[in-house]
Write a protein that binds this ligand. Structure first.
Ligand code: SF4
Length: 471
């Protein structure tokens, strides 16, 4: 894919989850909620529902609007639902890995949707298989379901709590039964999960932007290490802590790149966060220039912040074509060489003769930056000063984000000056870790892909992870 077109970045989020508890039109609400979360995963999606007696599930590979025609939606009955959008990293692609998973069991059916990645999955899978479990998918998420199912003696609530203490990594889980909806967030709080209210019922979402889409009101975030249980006929949801070793290590890249700017994550609006990063970039790395431009969409907020702080005008120097779908015919190599560009176009009349500050959210492989800089120079920019809204990405992510391997990360093996030369920028600067903390007004954040300080053990050997000699 990399060679085919201009893609604004090379990082992909794994998933988004959305749920509804005791609301009319639960299926349609989940459809609209998932549509608002589509940026978190485009490879597959699904919805599971319950009417209190039966559970139903529909899923498929593709976008929410592609998979859920009216006919499919009408098969999903009930006033409770969970949904999932998927970008496949752990487990790979294929319909078997599209969530929610639905498990039929004599102790009661349940559906499961997961955002994140379980880092001790391999050992747990071996243990479960040796005890007779048979897995239907290659997804790490199914391991959690087997841990819950294998505990046949006790109440499901206790079984889930027990299973949560056995898994490590990043997760926001939604578990739906005919009686209850469980929400669980890992003890480091790596992935976001928020609760809203709607018409006397509840909605839950990876991002608060989906609440706006369905007309819900934000209530609160699920805390790290917390399980929230909604039960039919119960007056209030119940909160249970399943860990005492709790940290607030929200993924910094949620703020920097993944989340929609209209979402609030743990009380901080994403657009504001990025704009503050832009301001801090201007303070840390000022430069004399004529215009500031941002790479659409995720770098626009930081570009506005840089422009305001530096008093250099912000211009729409790059335009994104929003209608390039997955099925769009990709141009041949010959046409690409002739300048056919699908996703981004430079605005020549704004760029010609200008010294440009180019704001980007991150650099992964560097190939995209190289092409964009080449395109801007071709369009007449005389100087290009690149400012990046996060530190250098030097380590892979093991928590459900596809930030490539060490070999593919340009900053693993190159200094800032070497990267500058490779991408052909006049100057290059990466925002500091301190500035990210300042922008979020918080001390704790996961920044492992910048500094290698992973908040959990990684379990597999360094040789298997291909990180021998990296620490
Ligand atoms: S390693 Fe990076 S991408 Fe992964 S959770 Fe931490 S900050 Fe996010």
């Amino acid at each position: 894919m990399e060679a085919l077109q201009f893609i604004p970045n090379n990082i992909n989020e794994e998933c988004g989850v959305f749920g509804v508890f005791c609301c009319e039109n639960a299926t349609e609400l989940t459809y609209y909620g998932l549509h608002a979360l589509q940026h978190r995963g485009q490879e597959g999606c699904g919805i599971a529902t319950s009417d209190g007696q039966e559970m139903y599930r529909e899923r498929g590979e593709g976008l929410v609007t592609e998979i859920f025609s009216g006919k499919k939606l009408t098969k999903l009955k009930g006033d409770c639902a969970i949904g999932h959008v998927r970008y496949s990293t752990a487990g790979g692609g294929g319909i078997d890995n599209v969530q929610p998973f639905l498990f039929r069991h004599h102790t009661g059916d349940f559906a499961l949707a997961h955002n994140g990645n379980i880092v001790n999955s391999r050992g747990l899978k071996q243990m479960l298989e040796s005890q007779g479990s048979i897995f239907q998918s290659s997804s790490d998420t199914e391991i959690f379901a087997h841990l819950v199912k294998t505990d046949r003696r006790r109440d499901r609530l206790i079984a889930i709590k027990e299973a949560l203490t056995m898994i490590e990594g990043a997760y926001a889980f939604l578990i739906l039964t005919n009686r209850r909806l469980y929400l669980c967030r890992d003890k480091n709080g790596l992935r976001p999960l928020s609760i809203g209210t709607l018409n006397g019922g509840y909605v839950v979402s990876s991002e608060t932007c989906a609440f706006e889409a369905v007309g819900a009101t934000f209530l609160r975030d699920v805390n790290p290490g917390e399980m929230v249980v909604f039960e039919r006929d119960a007056e209030e949801p119940q909160s249970h802590l399943f860990s005492v070793d709790i940290h607030h290590n929200m993924c910094a890249m949620e703020y920097v790149y993944f989340a929609r700017p209209d979402s609030d994550i743990e009380g901080v609006n994403v657009h504001r966060f990025r704009k503050t990063c832009g301001r801090l970039l201007a303070q840390e790395a000022p430069v004399v220039a004529d215009i500031v431009i941002g790479i659409p969409d995720s770098s626009i907020s930081a570009a506005i912040g840089y422009a305001e702080e530096s008093n250099i005008p912000y211009e729409m120097g790059l335009i994104k074509n929003k209608y390039v779908g997955r099925t769009f015919i990709q141009p041949s190599q010959e046409l690409r060489e002739k300048g056919v560009r699908l996703k981004l176009s430079p605005v020549r009349s704004l760029l010609v003769g200008k010294r440009v500050v180019l704001i980007d959210d991150s650099i992964v492989r560097g190939t995209t930056s190289t092409r964009i800089i080449h395109m801007l120079r071709e369009a007449g920019a005389t100087e290009i000063h690149v400012r990046i809204g996060c530190p250098q990405i030097q380590h892979p992510c093991f928590y459900g984000v596809d930030t490539s391997t060490y070999e593919e990360l340009i900053s693993t093996s190159h200094s800032v000056e070497e990267v500058r030369q490779l991408i052909n920028a006049d100057t290059l600067y990466f925002l500091s870790e301190k500035a990210l903390q300042q922008a979020g007004n918080r001390n704790e954040l996961c920044m492992a892909c910048y500094n290698g300080k992973y908040p959990t053990a990684l379990y597999q050997t360094k040789r298997e992870l291909n990180i021998e000699g990296k620490f």
